[in-house]
Ligand binder design. Structure first.
Ligand SMILES: Cc1ncc(COP(=O)(O)O)c(C=O)c1O
Length: 370
C-alpha cells in the first residue's frame, strides 16, 4: 500500500482518513447489481444500525448523496403533519429551508446557537402547537453546541410526535441509543466521525416505520421507496457510489477495532490539547465548555486589526493543515474540528503553527508602529 501525502483536516468533515480507507476504493470494476455488491451493501446497512439500535428491528436506508440528501429524504417522506424544527444553527435552518422548498407545514422553534435550549419554552411551544413530527440537530456543527436529544425525545414521547435527529457530526463519536432517546429517524453520513469518504448518507429507523411511509414529495429522495428497493432486491434504486461504499466498509472495520468510546476519547484528547493552546494564546470559544461537543470548536478570532481569516487559512494550508471559517452571522469566529484520523502530534502541530501565526500578526503590528 503506497502512502498518500497526508493532510491534517481540521474542517468539520470530510475528515482525515487512513490510507487503508483511501486504498479500499481501488477495486476491480463491478456492476452494483451483482450479488457481491448487494452483499457489501447488506453488511454496511447492518453495521451502521449496530452502533445505535437493534439490528433486528431497525434498518439503515442508504443514499448516494451528501448528508443533506438523507435529511431531505426523511423530511420529504414523513406521513402528513406539521414538522416542528428546533433551530439553533445553520443545520436546523437548513431543515426549515428543505421543508419550505417542498411546502411542508413547518413550525420553527428558535434557540440560541451558543446556549443550552430552554426546555420549558420548548415544552410550551410543543404543547401549544401539537406537531406530528419534531426534528433537530444533535450536534450543531455551526458552533460545536451539543444538544440534549434525550430530553427532547422524552417530550416527543409525551406529546406523541415522531422524532427526527440529524446526527451528522455526532454519529460515530458520541454514543447514541435510539431506543432510550426515543429517536425514530437518525440521519448521518460517511465522511465525518466514520472517517470514510464523502458521497453516502443514510437514515436509520424501525422497519415498521419505513414500511408505513407514504410516497415522498421527492422523486430521488423517496425514503419508503429506497427502503423497499433495498429490502426487495438488496440494491439502491439508482446507481450507488460504488467506490465510496467499499471505503465505507473499511472505515466501519476501523471503527469496530477502535470502538466508539475509544474514538471519542481520542477526539477529546485532541480537543483538550486545542483548549490548552487557545488558553495559552488568550483566545476564547463562542460556546461555554460545558455545552461543547468537544468535537468542533468555534473560536473567537484574535483582536489584532491585521487578522484576516483567509490569510490565516492560507498560512495553515501551506503547512498542510486545513482550518474552517465560522458560520454564524451574528458573531465572528473560525472553526477547528478535531475529528478524523488525527493524533496528539497533529493538534500539537496546529497549536505551534497558531503561535507562529499570532506572532506574525504581532510583527506586522510592531513594524507598522515602529
Ligand atoms: C449537522 C449537519 N447536518 C447536515 C450537514 C450537511 O451535510 P452535507 O454537507 O454532507 O450535505 C452537515 C455538514 O456539515 C452537518 O454538520
Amino acid at each position: 500500500m503506497k502512502d498518500v501525502n497526508r493532510k491534517i483536516l481540521l474542517n468539520p468533515g470530510p475528515a482525515t482518513t487512513t490510507d487503508a480507507v483511501k486504498w479500499a476504493q481501488v477495486v476491480s470494476d463491478i456492476c452494483p447489481r451483482e450479488a457481491d455488491f448487494v452483499n457489501l451493501i447488506k453488511r454496511i446497512r447492518k453495521n451502521l444500525v449496530s452502533w445505535v439500535a437493534d439490528e433486528t428491528t431497525h434498518d439503515a436506508v442508504i443514499f448516494g448523496a451528501s448528508g443533506t440528501g438523507a435529511v431531505e429524504a426523511v423530511l420529504t417522506s414523513l406521513p402528513p403533519g406539521k414538522v416542528f424544527v428546533i433551530n439553533n444553527g445553520a443545520y436546523g435552518h437548513r431543515m426549515i429551508q428543505i421543508l419550505e422548498t417542498y411546502g411542508v407545514d413547518t413550525i420553527e422553534f428558535n434557540s440560541s446557537s451558543i446556549k443550552r435550549i430552554d426546555f420549558s419554552s420548548l415544552e410550551k411551544a410543543m404543547s401549544d402547537t401539537k406537531p406530528e413530527h419534531v426534528a433537530m440537530v444533535h450536534h450543531e456543527t455551526t458552533t460545536g453546541l451539543l444538544n440534549d436529544i434525550s430530553r427532547v425525545g422524552n417530550l416527543c414521547q409525551k406529546y406523541s410526535a415522531t422524532f427526527i435527529v440529524d446526527a451528522m457530526s455526532s454519529y460515530g463519536a458520541i454514543p447514541i441509543d435510539m431506543a432510550s432517546t426515543h429517536v425514530d429517524y437518525l440521519v448521518a453520513s460517511s465522511n465525518k466521525n466514520l472517517q470514510g469518504m464523502a458521497g453516502c448518507s443514510f437514515v436509520i429507523g424501525k422497519h415498521e416505520f419505513f414500511k408505513m411511509l407514504p410516497p415522498s414529495k421527492s422523486f430521488y429522495f423517496d425514503l419508503g421507496a429506497q427502503y423497499r428497493a433495498l429490502n426487495n432486491t438488496g440494491q439502491t434504486r439508482f446507481t450507488p457510489p460504488v467506490q465510496v461504499l467499499y471505503a465505507l466498509e473499511k472505515a466501519l472495520q476501523e471503527l469496530k477495532q477502535e470502538g466508539i468510546a475509544r474514538r471519542y476519547e481520542r477526539y477529546v484528547s485532541l480537543w483538550q490539547r486545542l483548549m490548552k493552546g487557545l488558553k495559552k494564546y488568550d483566545l476564547s470559544c463562542l460556546v461555554p465548555e460545558t455545552e461543547q461537543s468537544k468535537l468542533i470548536t468555534a473560536v473567537i478570532p484574535p483582536s489584532s486589526p491585521h487578522y484576516d481569516f483567509q490569510k490565516m487559512h492560507d498560512f495553515f494550508y501551506e503547512r498542510d493543515i486545513t482550518i474552517y471559517p465560522g458560520k454564524l452571522a451574528e458573531s465572528d469566529s473560525f472553526r477547528i474540528a478535531n475529528i478524523g484520523d488525527l493524533y496528539p502530534k497533529d493538534m500539537e502541530l496546529f497549536v505551534s503553527c497558531l503561535g507562529d501565526y499570532l506572532s506574525s500578526l504581532q510583527k506586522v503590528n510592531d513594524h507598522n508602529q515602529g
